[in-house]
Ligand binder design. Structure first.
Ligand code: PEP
Ligand code: MG
Length: 581
């Protein structure tokens, strides 16, 4: 079986499938013969617990509502010992070598198929009861702990197939045994994909129903470049996939020489390449890949992995100190928490987790939960003395918000001074990722120390295309004329005010788009560390003067396709960069 989705983290991985269904909370995986007994024991224990629970419910109903209603639960008790349920699941564990949850799910599927054929009147009547009982058994299996704990016990290499993958799920996994990630949802700039790229784990997103159709324990080959997922490949396919993997390894090897070279265009324009990272521990690795600093530290990942405890000033101070001192003397730009209400690991008055992402998010949320923002700013200002720090605010939509954020920072500095702590001057910048900020870049430039253009969000909000929805990913066009105009305006505003402007969205990591950005006069970029060697190679063959000419032609093109044609025609004879990634 072959599935095709969006390749979101390049590379090839082959391993056995572990299926995580967040919707049911179940993890499905294949097991070695040595584990068969243990899975059967888990299932038997879940059955005994279910028996106790159902008896208890039955007694409660009998004494509170009346014995005539309690008989309903006798049927459920009988089901626990029905050959078609637990006994059948045990058979499946033994024959198919899968864990108890998967066996139960298959048993339920078989029973549902019987219902639909309608040849067993007893079961037809009991259909609701069966899924109730199976749900209870699965709940009891889960009660043994977080399903992800089981992941730790499995032998790699593994391909995690999930309906939904959040950064915090990935953060809990042991990446050494992870060959690839595959998810039903998501697309290119989805934060999980960004994390996968940082960890260099091949990933394919937006597969819709992979978590339903890929059997736990099946061998799966994943090509994160083409978006292909091959389930149960035969030996010749496997050989072909392995051939692709070694070709890719040779290509990466050929970029090695660029890692250490400073980035510059062929005509000598110096370019600054920094890295986007999500964990303080990634700073050193990013520098190894050739980054001159950390251009974007997504601080909210501290919350994804550390929960509520990560909000404490001291915990943050430790994390930022680790980050800043491991990068020093290279500079680090930390973005304050860019989360929406649902991602904030606390309950707070006025914060409503049911609202959409265009509600309280980024700087708006920080400004509305002052004590959280103050703790983050104090932690950052304290850590600043360990190296070179810049702070930037996400999701700014107006000068008012920038002023309010700077005022909050002045208060945090004053509190620290009262505590007798010296606070150095820390440059403050704005993420340009909301169209209103891009359109008023001249006004913001008068009050900010620097800009970092977040093209991931700028594109989604300018074009009204959800960046995580694979069904509209065709409309997510970085080369749309509207985006080019916004980028030109922001670059100009920065130049006129003499403030630094970088691009830290994923656009910068694509060689063709990077050429356009250089042509627009942008010379600072921050990207996933893995993209840096290729960017250096592309830049080394690029003439910035020519890039400026092609950018001005592109700015007159009426459609994204026309813009792309201009760029490809310009690049193809020189470098042949398309299709190498
Ligand atoms: C962006 O929006 O381009 C960006 C860099 O931030 P994030 O991807 O974290 O939203
Ligand atoms: Mg953003």
């Amino acid at each position: 079986m072959r599935l095709t989705g969006l390749g979101v983290s390049a590379g090839i991985g082959v391993g056995t499938a572990v299926v995580l269904r967040r919707s049911t909370g179940n993890l499905g995986f294949g097991i070695p013969t040595s584990r068969v007994g243990r899975e059967i024991d888990r299932l038997q224990a879940a059955r005994e617990a279910a028996r106790e629970q159902i008896r208890h419910i039955k007694d409660r109903i009998a004494s509170n509502v009346g014995a005539e209603h309690a008989y309903l639960f006798d049927a459920q008790l009988l089901m626990l010992d029905d050959r078609m349920l637990v006994e059948r699941a045990i058979e499946i564990i033994q024959q198919s070598r899968v864990n108890a949850e998967t066996a139960l799910q298959r048993t339920l599927d078989e029973i549902s198929a019987l219902f639909s054929r309608g040849d067993d009147p007893y079961l037809r009547e009991r259909r609701g009861d069966v899924s109730d009982v199976v749900g209870r058994l699965c709940g009891n299996l889960r009660a043994g702990g977080d399903p992800l704990d089981m992941f730790r016990e499995l032998e790699g290499p593994l391909v995690l197939v999930a309906d939904e993958l959040t950064p915090s799920v990935i953060a809990q996994l042991d990446w050494q045994r992870l060959a690839a990630l595959v998810s039903d949802e998501g697309s290119w700039t989805y934060h999980t994909a960004i994390l996968a790229r940082s960890l260099r784990v091949p990933a394919v997103a937006g597969l819709r129903n992979a978590s339903v159709v890929v059997p736990p324990g099946a061998l799966v080959a994943v090509d994160g470049t083409t978006g292909e997922v091959i389930v149960g490949p035969d030996s010749s396919t496997l050989e072909e996939v392995r051939g692709r993997a070694s070709k890719r390894a040779r290509f990466e090897q050929s970029l090695e020489e660029f890692r250490r070279l400073p980035a510059a265009t062929a005509d000598g324009v110096a370019i600054r390449l920094e890295a986007n990272i999500e964990s303080p521990d990634d700073a050193a690795r990013a520098q190894e890949r050739g980054a001159e600093g950390i251009g974007l530290f997504r601080s909210e990942f501290l919350l994804a992995t550390g929960g509520q405890a990560a909000l404490a000033e001291e915990a943050q101070y430790q994390a930022y100190t680790r980050l800043i001192s491991s990068a020093a003397p290279a500079p680090v730009t930390v973005r304050t928490f860019d989360v929406s209400e649902t991602q904030l690991p606390i309950q707070h008055a006025g914060v409503d987790g049911s609202r959409a992402p265009l509600g309280l998010r980024g700087i708006r949320l920080s400004l509305s939960v002052d004590e959280i923002f103050q703790a983050q700013l104090r932690a950052l200002l304290r850590a600043a003395r360990h190296g070179s720090l810049r702070i930037m605010f996400p999701f700014v939509s107006s000068v008012d918000e920038l002023r309010a954020a700077r005022e909050a920072m002045a208060r945090a500095a004053a509190t620290l001074r009262e505590r007798g702590i010296d606070v150095p001057r820390v440059p403050t910048g704005v993420m340009i990722e909301v169209p209103s900020a891009a359109l008023t870049a001249d006004l913001l430039a008068a009050e900010a120390d620097f800009f970092a253009i977040g093209t991931n969000d700028l594109i989604q909000y300018c074009l009204a295309v959800d960046r995580t929805d694979d069904r509209v990913s065709r409309l997510y066009e970085p080369l749309h004329p509207a985006i080019l105009r916004l980028l030109r305006g922001v670059a100009r505003a920065g130049r006129r005010r003499g403030i630094r402007v970088s691009v830290c969205g994923e656009m910068a990591a694509d060689p063709v788009l990077l050429t356009l950005l250089v042509g627009l006069g942008i010379t600072e970029f921050s990207m996933s560390p893995t993209a840096i060697p290729l960017a250096k190679q592309v830049l080394s063959e690029l003439n910035a003067g020519d890039a400026a000419r092609v950018a001005s032609r592109a700015l007159r093109a009426p459609t994204a396709a026309d813009v792309e044609r201009e760029l490809i025609e310009f690049l193809a004879p020189k470098t042949g960069v398309r299709g190498q990634g």
